[in-house]
Design a protein around this ligand. Structure first.
Ligand SMILES: [Zn+2]
Length: 342
């Protein structure tokens, strides 16, 4: 990107109330069949325009065509039985009833490629597309087939690579893998998590990102955050290996978080999407608050590698709050951009 401090969101944006129940995740669709397809496309158009009006530089689909950032992708795969459910502890944090891997996993057809083509047709701006990361996918399932998290992750990485290559061909500029699990299973991340991610990006010529956050602003996550103490040093465990990986961009949670900003030094050389918008509060940041976070990050990231973003997805927020936060992000980035260029 030639523009300094290009802004983007981590991914999801609220669904309009005519499409799905608002302010909730895993919310059921309110339309069916052809109407649902049309409704998803309309919602995507609405959020594309919202992002453009707010001045967001790298736009996304706001994940309007998916119910959940992990589940929807898995629903399109063979080898997973959604009727057969087991209760597991997701990210070692909260119990959920999840589908079961019952056989070899495969992707019979593309999952998001038509949606990405639709977004591409509607804008000339750079577009970013989010996919779940292999480790986070594994962590959202019960595996009765491979009986090895590593092997299942490896299979998913191959499938994600097929999808990513088609997204790239559809004109996506940045493909982002969401790996909140990287903040929890440090040994596995270093043993095979990053290797699986490298498999997922193999052969891609577009830019690649990994988003590692402390989760949506839902109760299980905010309760967990309270147990983490005054300094969150989780990133420290995985940054050294990520710094050596082939991923281009690392997307992080920084606004209102207790992550010591100097940890970013450990990924020196990478482009960093700095979360400057807190998604766990309805309070809309002022441009000055956004700018303050970006200025702190600039001590550890070169200006041309700093990408202002949101901490995580904004799906659970009310629309007007999300809109306010997009505006704040854009205005805060503009303040710092001005300081850097004058
Ligand atoms: Zn996130």
């Amino acid at each position: 990107m030639s523009l300094l401090l290009p802004t983007s969101t981590a991914g999801s944006l609220p669904k309009p109330s005519w499409l799905a129940e608002p302010e909730t995740i895993w919310s059921p669709w309110r339309l069916e069949g052809e109407q649902l397809i049309e409704g998803k496309q309309d919602a995507l158009r609405v959020w594309l325009q919202e992002q453009q009006q707010a001045g967001i530089d790298i736009v996304s689909d706001g994940e309007q065509t998916r119910q959940h950032f992990v589940t929807t992708f898995i629903e399109h795969l063979d080898g997973v039985d959604f009727e057969k459910r087991e209760t597991v502890k997701i990210r070692d944090r909260y119990e959920a009833s999840v589908p079961t891997v019952v056989g070899a996993v495969s992707r019979p057809k593309a999952v998001f490629v038509e949606d990405a083509k639709f977004l591409r047709q509607n804008t000339k701006q750079p577009i970013k597309w989010a996919l779940p990361g292999p480790m986070t996918m594994v962590d959202t399932l019960y595996d009765a087939h491979y009986k090895s998290r590593e092997q299942l992750a490896w299979e998913f990485a191959g499938i994600l690579n097929q999808e990513a290559r088609e997204l790239e061909a559809a004109g996506v500029d940045i493909i982002q893998f969401d790996e909140p699990s990287f903040n929890v299973f440090f040994d596995e991340v270093n043993d095979w998590g990053i290797a699986a991610l490298e498999r997922a990006v193999e052969g891609l010529k577009c830019e690649t990102a990994v988003h590692i956050c402390y989760g949506y602003g839902i109760k299980a996550n905010t309760d967990w955050k309270k147990t983490l103490g005054s300094e969150w040093r989780q990133y420290e465990e995985v940054f050294p290996k990520l710094q050596k990986s082939s991923l281009d961009i690392i997307s992080l949670e920084c606004q209102n978080s207790h992550v010591p900003m100097d940890l970013i030094e450990l990924i020196r050389g990478k482009k960093v999407m700095v979360g400057a918008i807190d998604v766990a509060t309805n309070k809309v940041e002022t441009p000055e608050e956004v700018a303050a976070t970006l200025r702190k990050a600039l001590e550890f990231v070169d200006a041309e590698k700093l990408y202002p973003a949101t901490n995580c997805g904004m799906a659970p927020l009310a629309r007007d709050i999300a809109r306010g936060k997009l505006n704040a992000l854009s205005a805060g980035a503009a303040l710092v951009r001005k300081e850097l260029t004058t």
